[in-house]
Every structure is written in structure tokens, then in C-alpha cells.
Design a protein around this ligand. Sequence first.
Ligand code: CP
Ligand code: NVA
Length: 318
Amino acid sequence: MKTSRFSPSKDQTTRDFLTVFDLTTREISDIISRAMDLKAQKVRKHERPLAGRVLGLLFDKPSTRTRVSFETAMLRMGGTLTFLSARDLQIRRGEPLKDTARVLSRYLDCLVVRTFGHEIVEELAEWASIPVINGLTDGHHPCQALSDIMTVMEKRGMDLRNTKAAWIGDGNNVAHSWIETASRMGFAMTLACPEGYEPDPGILAKARAQASAPIEVIKDPVEAVRDAHVINTDVWASMGQEDQAEERRQIFMPYQVNEQLVSHARPDAIVLHCLPAHRGEEITEAVLEGPKSVVWDQAENKMHLHKALLEFLILGKG
Ligand code: CP
Ligand code: NVA
């Protein structure tokens, strides 16, 4: 439950989604099932469950997919939205996050935040009386992991307990959310990361403590993809790390997802990338555009997953 420091009339059932661990295994399965029904249009078209609700999107980093998929999800569910670029708000001139959170809570029904430090979204959530959704921080990208898993389930079925996923490259925000998802959904995950670029040990330890399948971090990408059903990668320099891009290019080149590396996985393996992709760096054109790639379905599923997530958080449909 959300424990806001704000509203005396606050509904204690209000929930945030800042990391995958904010949801139970059952809740993740239910949200994904609902997203699949919405995608299959099993929900009648005239139903507009979020009519009269307003979503705010407070973004301090660029976005194509997360922004537009949340916006279209909200509109298609009957709601409306307002996009708030952080650089146009009084935050930029020093207005405290706790004041911004309390004011926005008086106007909006839900807030999606994309920012740098994870503590920023935590502070906004602490003071907001409405659900706050993490639309990417330096630490986590939980919405991405859920829609990625929806895509894997579409291809492999709802029970992922016999699935092995490989993560190749940087132990970054998306990797952290995948580690938590592996723990929640009971699938095995092997990450191959260069030394010094492994995932956060605290996130790893917490995920392993609750996991029913191994979550391993190794150095060898070939070993990581061996027998994998799912191969996943992401950019080598995330937003905010642009000044390290050249150095990282040298270090990460052995971690490129190319046809040779993919040949070590299972023949029916699928390749994921949250996009945007840097062709010729973390993934080759041949793999990204090849038969194993599911990246366009993956991108589409962000919208369906966000519809179900907004409904879950705004209407409290647990
Ligand atoms: N995958 C993803 O979050 O993409 P955007 O940065 O375009 O939102
Ligand atoms: N790790 C990337 C993900 C982009 C969607 C970043 O944070 O820039």
C-alpha cells in the first residue's frame, strides 16, 4: 500500500509502480492477461473504463515508445492526458519535488515519471496521493520489463518456469527490472556483462532471495545464450551516460548480439530489444531485422500493457 505523507483523506489502497517488486506474481500475471485481452479486443470497443480520468506524464528524458504508448493507452481507454516536460515546469527553477507532487495530485488521477535518479520518483511517490508510475529511471524500467514479458508469454505461453532468458551487455535499468521479473515469474536468467558493468548487487541479492530459478551473472556471452529461449539486450550507454559512449563501445564490443552469438541459443530462440537500438553496436542489423527478432511486437505491447496497468492503478482493479 502507498503511504503518502500528503493527504489526510488519502485512500490507502492507492498504489505506485516504481519497481517490478511493487507487484506480486499474481498481479503481474493478471495485468498481462488483461493486456492480452485488450489487445485481442475481447473487451467491448464502447467500454471506456478510464473516461473522466486524467493522466500526467512528467518526463525529464527523451522518449518515443513509453510516452506515446502511455498516451495512446490512456486515450484508447477513454481518458485524457497532459504531457509535462520537466524543463517547462517550476521544478527547473527549484520548486521542491514534494510541492510539485502535492499540487499535481490535486489535478491528476495518475502520474507517469521519466527521470534520472530513482530517488526522484520515490520522493514524488512519497508525497503524491495519486498512483505514480516509473516510466524509466537510472535504476529501473519496470513497465518495459512487464511488456517484454507479455511478448515472451505470447510466444512461449503463460508459464515461464521452464524458460531461460539471457541478458547480454550492460547491467542497467532494464536489466534490473528483468532481474526482478525473473524472480517474480520464476524463470531462469543469465546475464553476461563486462567486468565493472554488472547489475546492482543489492537488487540481485533481493531478487535471488525470492527466486525459484537461478539468476546468474557471468562474463561469457556465448555461455549466457547457450540453450536460451530468449536473448535480450539494450544500448551500451544509457541516457545520461553519453559522455561514456566511446569508452563503452570498446569495452562492450565482445557483447554484440550478432548472428554468430545467436547461433549458440536454441533454434527457436527469440531476440528482444527495448529500443531504440544502435545497429552495429549492441545488436546487428541482421539480427534486429531477422526472423528471431520480436522487437516490433515488443514495442506494440507497451501500449496494451500500459492500458491494463493504468486500469489496475487508477481503478484499483487488483
Ligand atoms: N523502450 C523505451 O522505453 O523507449 P523510449 O525511450 O522511446 O520510451
Ligand atoms: N537503458 C536505456 C533504455 C532506454 C529505453 C536508457 O536508460 O537509456
